[in-house]
Design a protein around this ligand. Structure first.
Ligand code: PEP
Ligand code: MN
Length: 333
């Protein structure tokens, strides 16, 4: 249920109403916009008499929220959420260019890639340290050592870093990580979602291989219900019958999620297509469809990459992509 307050409601009146809702055992989520304040109520609202609340002098309107996601719901928070990572703003007009290798492989590799993607305009550096691989015999990432190297690259370039967590026990290692990624395979690892929800880090939540948008929003809700509202959604392609591409990029997720949620939406065309030649066109399409950011895999030597070489761009290819994406953004403003 949401209660929209009149523009002239005083702080005292608002606090009294909030206190009253809380005394009914409800959690109150406050969203103060430029023109209106929305009180989102979470809990058993069935006993709240809508007409009674609506009759209050300071109340403009009361609406029941039928969707099961509340904090992530645009009705709870009509304005776009802007997630701030250092100086980078993601959402509400702020666009994030996230780039870097699938996996951190060595000090020289991550430093070289970090410097080149930064020079091309990337605002955040990605790199996997703990890798979710289909085969246990494939490279599993450099793990804690990989995180150290990422932090070194952050120090050297000033770029905030994005990296995936697979186990809540590893959280202490992520202390200086700026954005924690929850990968597609862990989108419904609810204990992990709750654990990152208890941190104040920005969380990049990737859509599962076979999950609906509603399920993605419910997973965001798990994080937010623990108190962390810094959630960025990421569409990275879903499983369909098509095998030419690694996955099928669901670009309609951008406008669809935009309607349903206030959270920022980032597109990952690398994992979506699995082919370097398809990454730039899909990144341009994502920007044209209104994405709040893109995440691109870049490797200084894609042929020798220990993971996802086929979908990795060279620094020169990324440079071209970054320039063209900015042009698309200017064109649609
Ligand atoms: C990744 O970003 O490197 C990754 C493993 O992505 P996903 O979880 O989308 O497969
Ligand atoms: Mn990858």
């Amino acid at each position: 249920m949401i209660t929209i307050l009149k523009a002239d409601a005083t702080k005292q009146q608002r606090d009294n109403l909030i206190q009253w809702f809380e005394s009914q055992g409800l959690k109150v989520h406050i969203s103060k916009g430029e023109f209106q304040t929305v009180l989102g109520l979470v809990g058993d609202t069935s006993r709240v008499d809508e007409s009674l609340v609506e009759a209050l002098e300071i109340v403009e309107r009361v609406t029941r929220v039928t969707e099961s996601y509340k904090a992530a719901n645009r009705k709870f928070h009509p304005e776009d959420t802007v997630v701030e990572v250092g100086d980078v703003k993601i959402g509400g007009g702020g666009f994030a260019m996230i780039a870097g290798p699938c996996s951190v492989e060595s000090e020289a590799q991550i430093l070289e890639i970090a410097r080149s993607v930064k020079a091309s305009g990337a605002s955040l550096l990605r790199g996997g340290a703990f890798k979710p691989r289909t085969s246990p015999y494939d490279f599993q990432g450099m793990r804690a050592e990989g995180l150290e190297l990422l932090l070194e690259a952050k120090e050297a370039t000033g770029m905030p870093i994005v990296t995936e967590i697979m186990n809540a026990d590893h959280l202490p290692l992520f202390e200086n990580v700026d954005v924690i990624q929850i990968g597609a395979r862990n989108m419904q690892n609810f204990e992990l979602l709750k654990a990152v929800g208890r941190t104040n880090k920005a969380i990049l939540l990737k859509r599962g291989l076979a999950n609906t948008l509603k399920e993605l929003l419910m997973s965001a809700e798990y994080i937010m219900s623990e108190g962390n509202e810094n959630v960025i959604l990421c569409e990275r392609g879903i499983r369909t019958f098509e095998t030419y591409t690694r996955n099928t990029l669901d670009l309609s997720a951008i406008p669809a999620l935009r309607e349903k949620t206030h959270l920022p939406i980032v597109i990952d065309p690398s994992h979506a297509t699995g082919r370097a030649s398809l990454v730039e066109p899909m990144a341009l399409a994502a920007a044209a469809a209104g994405a709040d950011g893109i995440m691109i895999e870049v490797h200084n030597n894609p042929e020798q990459a220990l993971c996802d070489g086929a979908q990795s761009l060279t620094p020169a290819q990324f440079d071209r992509l970054a320039k063209r994406v900015l042009k698309v953004r200017e064109a649609i403003l």
